[in-house]
Each structure stands twice: as structure tokens, then as C-alpha cells.
Design a protein around this ligand. Structure first.
Ligand code: F6R
Length: 251
């Protein structure tokens, strides 16, 4: 796990974009799995800019997304489908037919997860973008998730619903379930880039970095992967034992 600490969120987003841009310039036909939430928004803004400047293109990229609420209508402003199109896909040159999403409208979640899992097997993910939940979730793999978990329907923890209620009118409106790729699916990616920003992520980040892989902190399973880059801003990294060491390393 390579850890990079940046001064602030702006630098974090810039550094993350540099990494994605470099990868994409090397391999324009990449398979990228995206995350939603507040954290990657700065990265997405930088990537949109890079497309506008002609530095990169998503023309040949195949995309997947980590998760989706269940049930939820695609055109609901709170769906992750809406989030990705509104904040990113509509502003870059990705082809709609290359975008893969878990369908939160399905009547048969089990069948939908099998369909997605099959697609994931067909296209190996080259780059996985992740955020981290205050409870250490990655995707919607809540504490208790096993390292062998696959794409499935899960129950959201109350703290996740509370945390995500900022995107809804009230907490009651946050769906109780979600469809998510599993830890095993995430670990099968060639490279993983995890972003963490702000003080409220500090405890989760400390657990992920300093604890051995364990189910109470699903993000800690990333230690089982050989190619993980963590970019955290100073606030998110403030509880790490070796923060001075990480901060001194050249970006
Ligand atoms: C979203 C996802 C979640 C978020 C996490 C952090 O697709 O997979 O695991 O990455 O909840 O969310 P933010 O960035 O909003 O703090």
C-alpha cells in the first residue's frame, strides 16, 4: 500500500487525476471502475478538464461502477446512475454503450448481480477508484463483509444511511439496501486508487492502514492487494502513526 499525503483536497484531486491521466495515456482501452460520493468529484472535474484540453480521451474506455442503491429509479437525482452521468459521463467522450451499471430498478436483484458479475469477469478491471466510508466500507461492503464476497444485495448500516442522508431530503429517504461489487471483485483489479479527504475519515483511514486485514474494517482487505495507492489529505491522515514519513515522500 503506497500512501501519499497531500496538503488539501485540491492537491489530492490533482494528484489522483495525474495518476489516472498517466494510466489512460499508456492504455487508452482501459477498463475503469468508478466510485461515487463527494470524494472523487475533484478528480472527475480534473479529468473533464483534461479531456477538454485533448490530453486524454475516454472514447475506448469501458466503465463499471461500484454500487447503486436498491431500490432506486435511474432518473432519481439520488441514484448513483444519475450522479455519474450528471457529474462526469455527460461531460466526457465516453460511449454510452461502454458504461456498465448495477440496475437499481431491477425486480430481481439476485439475477442482476449475477449479470454484473459475469460482465466483470469478461472485462478485467485495470483501475479501481475507491472512496472510504466512516465505518471503513469500500463500495457498499459494510463491516462484516468477507474478503471473498462478490456482487450482491446488501443491507446498509444506519451510520452509512445517516452519512449519505446529505444527498437526500431526510435520512428516511435513504434506501435501506444497495447492490454492490464485493471485496473479491475489487481486489481483482490491476491497480487500486483509494481517496480519503477530511477529518471525519481519519479514524477509518487509521484502521485501514494500521490494522491487519479484518472484517470489521473491510477497507483493510486492500492490504492483500499488491498495487494500491492511497491518497489522503492532511486532515484524513492526521491520526496515522507514520504521517510525517508519508508526507515527506516525493509525490
Ligand atoms: C460510493 C462508494 C462509497 C463511498 C464512501 C465515501 O460509490 O462506493 O464507498 O466511496 O461512502 O463517500 P464520500 O466520498 O461521499 O465520503
Amino acid at each position: 500500500m503506497k500512501i501519499i499525503i497531500t496538503k488539501n483536497y485540491r492537491e489530492l484531486s490533482k494528484k489522483a487525476a495525474e495518476i489516472v491521466i498517466k494510466e489512460l495515456q499508456k492504455r487508452p482501452k482501459m477498463v475503469i471502475c468508478f466510485a461515487t460520493g463527494s470524494t472523487p468529484l475533484g478528480l472527475y472535474r480534473n479529468l473533464i478538464e483534461a479531456v477538454g484540453e485533448g490530453k486524454i480521451s475516454f472514447r475506448d474506455v469501458i466503465s463499471f461502477n461500484l454500487d447503486e442503491y436498491y431500490p432506486i429509479k435511474k432518473n432519481s437525482k439520488q441514484s448513483y446512475y444519475y450522479f455519474m452521468f450528471h457529474n462526469f459521463f455527460n461531460k466526457i467522450d465516453i460511449k454510452k454503450q461502454n458504461i456498465n451499471f448495477l440496475n437499481g430498478e431491477t425486480k430481481n436483484p439476485e439475477k442482476e448481480c449475477k449479470r454484473y458479475q459475469k460482465k466483470l469477469k469478461k472485462y478485467k478491471i485495470d483501475l479501481q477508484i475507491l472512496g472510504i466510508g466512516v465505518n471503513c466500507h469500500i463500495g457498499f461492503n459494510e463491516p462484516g463483509s468477507s474478503k471473498d464476497s462478490g456482487t450482491r444485495l446488501v443491507k446498509l448500516e444506519e451510520c452509512t444511511r445517516k452519512e449519505n442522508s446529505r444527498f437526500f431530503k431526510t435520512k428516511k429517504d435513504v434506501p435501506k439496501m444497495a447492490l454492490t461489487m464485493g471485496i473479491k471483485d475489487i481486489l481483482s483489479a490491476g491497480k487500486i486508487l483509494l481517496l480519503a479527504s477530511g477529518k471525519k475519515k481519519a479514524k477509518a483511514l487509521k484502521k485501514m492502514v494500521e490494522e491487519p486485514p479484518n472484517k470489521d474494517c473491510p477497507a483493510s482487505f486492500l492490504k492483500l492487494h499488491k498495487n494500491v495507492i492511497v491518497i489522503a489529505d492532511k486532515e484524513a491522515a492526521c491520526l496515522l502513526k507514520k504521517q510525517k514519513f508519508y508526507a515527506k515522500r516525493k509525490l
